[in-house]
Design a protein around this ligand. Structure first.
Ligand SMILES: [Zn+2]
Length: 466
């Protein structure tokens, strides 16, 4: 006790000598001063100072108030948006890309990703590494395998193995419970499940408290399946329910799905798509489709327009495509380059489905359906990180405002995972994931590519322009 009193006395006398240095605790954290803050909760706030320390935003305040921070970044003329999400990725789809994906995502301002399908044995170590303390990686939310029907599409035969069979309602309950025990953040229902298995998966997910991501199973209609799940990918099979003869198309699918010859799942699915997709688009019926859209009003739609409408905006026509390719490992870069050269020299591809996807996304947005921004990286020439900015541009082309496009990659994903109290906007108390831009993304959504700094889990990374 005596020693402690002595120490206090010494400290006081030192402070008397040093005056100001001891009058307040040492400044901590980082301040971005005089920046325009843009998010989907408060819109545009100009002349702000945003302070953060560790993984938390401490304050968002007027730029003329005094600040006390260890590091001050001048945000004059710059724009601060919440860290972006890619709401549809596959970290384990291509093992050559898996190790470089976290850094590529961060380089492009993606501070959170949702992995929508990978086998547990492969995805679990990747997630563990990304979540390790001090790991430089986006936050990650994962589903585990695609929960498919007896005829699995992604069965490893000529395509990656990322799906598993869920043959019966009983297995559905057991599998969801096992996935929950292994830590998944949501489940992903795929296209070949039977109606009774779909119902069992929905019930099991509800019991486990897990959100559901889904394609509309071919055995169901979008207006039936959609309201029971939390998100739908690629607008998949919705066109088949947007026609005056939707009931007939459904009956035809049920017949073919019996699959007495046991055609492999991928082939059967492809056959059904080519049999019904374009005819359904050409038989579009507005009244029927409005009923479908109304049924989906609480389901996040992740249209992956970069994928669906790739023929309308081929990534390899972009001036920065070669520079983006240069960020990939050699083998993947060569593969992407060969494939883009092949497409460039081929006859123009059909754009009917791409245009329909833009059209339907615009109608859904106008009707108030929440839209999520996802790419399906690395499928179909998708470069991790880079491609999310293509998706934002396509969402604006479909009819979203730039702020709504930002919302689709920030607030909508946060709400999906019940994380809006911590993520999705720039406010005191929220996690420190932000992107500092050199140009106004509301003037042109392409300006989300003009990245100066990325702040991920409170750590600041300077980004070199391409
Ligand atoms: Zn996918």
């Amino acid at each position: 006790m005596l020693i402690r009193k002595f120490q206090i006395a010494i400290t006081l006398s030192l402070c008397t000598l040093l005056l100001a240095a001891c009058s307040e605790p040492a400044a901590v954290g980082t301040a971005i001063r005089n920046v325009t803050v843009i998010d989907a909760v408060q819109g545009v706030r100009s002349a702000q100072t945003v302070m953060f320390d560790g993984d938390r935003i401490l304050a968002v305040q007027a730029a003329d108030l005094p600040i006390d921070a260890a590091t001050v970044i001048d945000g004059t003329g710059k724009y601060l948006i919440p860290g972006l999400w890619d709401f549809h990725v596959h970290l384990t789809y291509d093992s050559r890309l898996t190790p470089v994906m976290p850094a590529l995502f961060l380089r492009w301002g993606i501070t959170s990703v949702r992995d929508t399908g990978g086998l547990m044995g492969e995805i679990l170590p990747v997630v563990a590494a990304m979540r390790a303390t001090d790991s430089i990686a986006p936050r990650v939310f994962f589903a585990g395998p695609l929960l498919d029907g007896v005829d699995v599409v992604y069965d490893g035969d000529g395509r990656p193995e990322i799906g598993i069979a869920v043959p019966t309602a009983e297995t559905a309950a057991r599998i969801v419970s096992e996935l929950k025990d292994q830590g998944v953040d949501f489940i992903k229902i795929y296209e070949m499940v039977r109606p009774e298995v779909f119902d069992a998966l929905v019930a099991a997910a509800a019991a486990a408290g897990l959100p559901i991501d889904s394609h509309v199973p071919l055995a169901l209609r979008a207006r039936e399946a959609g309201p029971q799940v939390d998100s739908i990918e690629h607008l998949r099979n919705i066109e088949m329910d947007c026609t005056a003869n939707a009931a007939d198309l459904h009956a035809q699918r049920l017949q073919l799905l019996k699959n007495p010859e046991r055609i492999p799942g991928a082939d059967l699915r492809a056959a059904l798509h080519s049999l019904q997709r374009l005819p359904a688009v050409s038989a579009y019926d507005e009244t029927e489709c409005d009923a479908v859209i109304a049924a989906l009003s609480d389901t996040v739609m992740v249209p992956t327009l970069r994928l669906n409408s790739i023929n309308l905006a081929p990534p390899y026509e972009r001036v920065d495509w070669d520079a983006a390719l240069a960020q990939l490992p050699d083998a993947v870069r060569l593969e992407f380059k060969t494939e883009s050269d092949r497409r460039r020299s081929s006859a123009p591809a059909d754009v009917t489905y791409g245009e329909w996807s833009l059209f339907l996304t615009g109608r859904m947005q106008a009707a108030g359906v929440p839209i999520g921004a996802g790419t399906d990286t690395p499928i179909n020439l998708s470069i991790p990180g880079y491609s999310l900015h293509e998706e934002l541009e396509m969402l604006v082309r479909a009819g979203l405002t730039p702020l709504q496009a930002i919302e689709s990659a920030t607030l909508v994903p946060a709400i999906y995972f019940a994380k809006a109290a911590e993520m999705g906007s720039i406010e005191a108390g929220k996690l420190a994931d932000m992107v500092l831009l050199d140009a106004d993304p509301l003037a042109d959504i392409s300006n989300t590519r003009r990245i100066d700094l990325v702040i991920s889990k409170g750590r600041v990374a300077q980004i070199e322009p391409q």
